[in-house]
Design a protein around this ligand. Structure first.
Ligand code: KG4
Ligand code: ZN
Length: 333
């Protein structure tokens, strides 16, 4: 493969990120988060767009500085074209287009979900086909990845994504957004068998998480007259709730291994930062004598290294994007 220096830009939701991929190696991976949403219990699209506008230039500059390169050293610009929040996507897209025009460089529009899968290839060459569980705030999918940028969905959530289940559950418990890391933190000291929340029963390799969240809601309502019930039992509630989400994810993944017989098992997306989920996936892979491919934390949640990595494969096959291309809010595959 021909090597090149690619600037990656990600702005699909509430993280403004830039990364530099040079000769197959990530030299910089910078992400600016947005604290502003925590008090609202979720991402406020208008506030996200405004924060991207302020963050994008400094984030790109820091990435270039950390990689010890200048604009003249870049060969191509990869950016998230979708899916995501349109206002947020426009900031990254327009920035990438401006640079592409100014520097006369190829532009590569990247699908954010394919980029989460491309995080599996950063600094390694996994064995294909990979059965990959993609779990983020907006998506929960089981994918059969046949080659670097070729994949098909074998299962999907019918309602909430796993990350949403964590975030909405956290909101019910009075925890700020994003709730996933906080549920994990409290769950560490809890008994995960104390409050069993039943799993939803959906066919095939699909998922459903809205029922688990509703179970939590009714459970909390039932105990609402008991004063400090939540704060006194927070660890056990978080551990039990986390256990039911992870059990649902693992059961379908285990079933899909038997059907698709993959050469390796992948885990990616923001929820894959969860240590219990990571360890369950590792155990499942070793039970089936296949390697697990789980990116380091910095490549799990939204980041631009995965955008640059996906851009690299698209560039190799000549899949550049015209300046007339527009961002899209819903996934195209
Ligand atoms: O991939 P990501 O950064 O953004 C999207 O593309 O959605 O995923 C964000 C999601 C949020 O729902 C967040 O609560 C969840 O990932 N998350 C976690 C953990 N860290 C982030 N969920 C559970 N445990 C974690 N440690
Ligand atoms: Zn994401």
């Amino acid at each position: 493969m021909q090597y090149s220096t690619i600037l990656g830009i990600e702005s699909s939701c509430d993280d403004t990120a830039a990364a530099v991929l040079k000769e197959g190696k990530i030299l910089a991976n910078i992400t600016a988060g947005q604290e502003v949403h925590s008090e609202y219990g979720g991402v406020v699209p208008e506030l996200a767009s405004r924060a991207h506008q302020s963050n994008i230039l400094p984030v790109v500059q820091v990435a270039l500085d950390q990689a010890h390169i200048g604009l003249k050293d870049i060969n191509a610009i990869a950016y998230t074209q979708g899916p995501g929040l349109l206002g947020s996507l426009h900031v990254g897209s327009n920035f990438a287009k401006g640079l592409s025009m100014g520097l006369g460089l190829p532009l590569i529009g990247v699908n954010h979900l394919q980029a989460h899968v491309a995080a599996l290839y950063i600094n390694r060459s996994p064995l294909f086909p990979i059965l990959c569980l993609l779990v983020s705030g907006g998506h929960t999918q089981l994918l059969l990845v046949e080659d670097y940028m070729h994949m098909r969905i074998v299962g999907s959530t019918l309602d909430d994504a796993a990350g949403e289940a964590f975030d909405k559950g956290a909101k019910l418990l009075g925890l700020p957004y994003p709730g996933g890391p906080l549920i994990e933190k409290h769950a560490k000291n809890g008994d995960d068998t104390r409050f069993p929340f039943p799993e939803s029963n959906v066919p095939d390799f699909n998922y459903s998480f809205s029922g688990i969240k509703t179970n939590l809601l009714y459970f909390l309502k039932k105990h609402s007259d008991q004063g400090d019930f939540i704060s006194e039992n927070l660890s056990d509630i978080c551990a039990s709730y986390q256990r039911s989400i992870i059990a649902a994810l693992m059961n379908k993944t285990a079933k899909a291994i038997l059907q698709y017989k993959p050469a390796s098992l992948g885990l990616t997306g923001g929820v894959s930062a969860n240590l219990t989920l990571r360890s369950e996936m590792e155990k499942l892979a070793s039970k089936h004598h296949i390697p697990s491919v789980i990116p380091p934390f910095e490549y799990c949640t939204d980041n631009a290294a995965m955008i640059a990595q996906a851009g690299f494969y698209l560039l190799q096959t000549g899949q550049t994007t015209p300046l007339s291309a527009v961002p899209y809010s819903r996934s195209k595959y």
